[in-house]
Write a protein that binds this ligand. Structure first.
Ligand code: XMP
Length: 517
């Protein structure tokens, strides 16, 4: 693989994705990795990511200097560029100047293999305080900006390159080209990694892992569990049983989508568990968001556990025990929960961890190395309906965390209708690809005065929270066209009982999270 060394900012995942977009498989490693660990992974190239710090700061993330003696082609980006400069004998200075945002970078000379053929000046996205004052010996300066004399450098002989800007962000004009030049031209790597290979490889691996044992899988209605289940089904057919827990917190039409469309397109054997009453019973009187999440997570596991025990007993009687459980864990979950970069736990996400302890299943996690867009592509290749693979993210606790206040059947009904209207209008307006997701939230504990017909109303507000994002870590509110907003608002207030106001959330993340709870 290409190894992306993570210096602790949010850029490493983006870099890893861009590398894969260039057709080369990549993985992320923490900056604490030793040269020996790296050598063991046999990387074809290294990319050092950006980071939040100054190389001079106390406790600044550092890198084992022996890594530069491994003879592996290396690209340093932003902080990684400075780490590289310093380790190889260049100079990094704290000039007190900061460059932040869009900047013009000018090629010096022909730009080398990294920037060659690109315009003399290009718009790039910068975010740094320190700067490289002097390139290491034997390195050629490839670009500079008004404030930064060494904005890119390279040594063709060593196949070491670096840029001060962030080529992985879309705001850098020729960013993807810089990454591709490094991979294909400098490091000589072919673009031969794609979703087709992944399916073949995973199918073979799953068959080998499972043998003739049986497997179960929980479908949530979301993309990840749908694709991981379909992939396992492709590998082992009816050795797999899928389970869908209807916790009563689903959106309108979701159960039918799984029971009808998904089953029709995959042929998966499906069991649905009706657990709405149980969930609502346990949620009675609870309005604290974290507590709701815990209850929903716990009850989900209980419901799933019960059906598992039944299935296990049945399978045992038939002679082929159930040994495996499918999980739709994605690469970002792996990096974020095990990556050890100390990302703060802002909300407890119930779909990571939390397996029943007394059922000792082995896990099958066929999406463990993949990013979301790759998972969607695999779903398409496997023939899943677009309504499922193109689905926007939806939280595991469902509508339960989109009702601010206690969750009741009545409130769920109101929210379900409002949400269906918003989704329908956004789809009709062709906006599905422009928004990352649009939570629709019922402020059940808030009432406001309204007027309808000749009468005074005292109803609840519905919040629309359309956001644009690349990874849900940060987000901006989406500027939806007024006429679409107006249509949604009219339809909701006219047809959803007890709702007399629709409001728009215009907060970015941070400071707001995407969901309200
Ligand atoms: P926040 O609200 O933290 O959401 O900005 C980031 C992304 O995560 C989703 N989300 C959840 N997903 N279980 C999930 O499976 C949860 O408890 C949960 N909480 C938030 C949210 O929809 C957004 O995509």
């Amino acid at each position: 693989p290409v190894l992306v060394v993570d210096f602790g900012a949010q850029y490493a995942q983006l870099i890893a994705r861009r590398v894969r977009e260039a057709g080369v498989y990549s993985e992320i490693v923490p900056h604490t990795v030793s040269a020996a660990d790296i050598a063991e992974k046999n990387p074809v190239a290294l990319i050092l990511s950006g980071g939040p710090s100054s190389v001079y700061e106390e406790g600044a993330p550092s890198l084992d200097g022996d890594i530069f003696d491994l003879g592996v082609p290396t690209l340093g980006i932003c902080y990684g560029f400075q780490v590289m400069a310093r380790a190889l004998g260049g100079e990094v200075a704290n000039t007190g100047l900061r460059e932040y945002g869009a900047t013009d970078a000018a090629l010096t000379g022909d730009g080398g293999v990294l920037l060659g053929g690109q315009p003399d000046t290009q718009n790039v996205w910068m975010s740094h305080g320190d700067q490289v004052a002097k390139a290491p010996e034997g390195f050629e300066v490839l670009a500079s900006t008004a404030d930064t004399p060494v904005a890119a450098f390279g040594s063709a002989e060593k196949c070491f390159y670096g840029v001060q800007w962030h080529p992985e962000v879309k705001h850098s004009d020729h960013g993807q080209e810089v990454i591709e030049n490094f991979l294909h031209k400098a490091a000589g790597l072919a673009a031969d990694w794609n979703s087709g290979n992944v399916i073949e490889e995973q199918v073979a691996r799953i068959r080998e892992q499972v043998g003739s044992a049986r497997v179960i899988s929980a479908l949530s209605g979301g993309v990840d569990s749908a694709v991981s289940t379909a992939l396992v089904h492709k590998a082992i057919g009816d050795q797999l049983t899928a389970v869908f827990v209807d916790h009563g917190l689903l959106r309108k039409g979701e159960r039918e989508q799984v029971e009808q469309d998904y089953v029709a397109s995959t042929g998966v054997r499906l069991i649905t568990v009706d657990a709405a009453d149980t969930f609502l019973g346990h949620l009675k009187g609870v309005s604290d968001p974290e507590q709701k999440r815990k209850i929903i997570g716990r009850e989900f596991i209980r419901a799933f556990e019960k059906v598992q025990l039944d299935l296990v007993a049945e399978a045992k009687a038939e002679g082929e025990p159930i040994k495996f459980l499918v999980q739709g864990t994605l690469y970002p979950d792996v990096v974020e929960s095990g990556g050890g970069t100390g990302t703060a736990n802002i909300k407890s996400h119930h779909n990571v961890g939390g397996l029943p302890e007394d059922l000792d299943f082995e896990l099958i996690e066929p999406l463990r190395t993949l990013f979301k867009d790759e998972v969607r592509q695999i779903g398409r290749d496997l023939g899943l309906p677009e309504a499922i693979v193109g689905r926007q993210p939806f939280p595991g606790p469902g509508l339960g965390i989109r009702i601010v206040g206690e969750v009741t059947a009545d409130r769920l009904e109101i929210l379900r209708e409002a949400d269906a209207i918003a989704r329908e209008e956004l789809t009709k307006a062709g906006l599905d690809n422009e928004i990352w997701q649009c939570p629709v939230v019922l402020l059940a504990d808030v009432r406001s005065v309204g007027v309808q017909g000749d009468g005074r109303t005292y109803g609840h507000p519905i919040v629309l929270r359309p956001v644009s994002s690349e990874d849900a870590m940060t987000a901006d509110w989406t500027r939806l066209p007024y006429d679409v907003l107006s249509k949604i608002s009219n339809r909701i207030t006219n047809s959803v009982r007890d709702v007399n106001r629709v409001v728009l959330d215009v907060t970015s993340k941070p400071p707001g999270t995407i969901e309200w709870e």
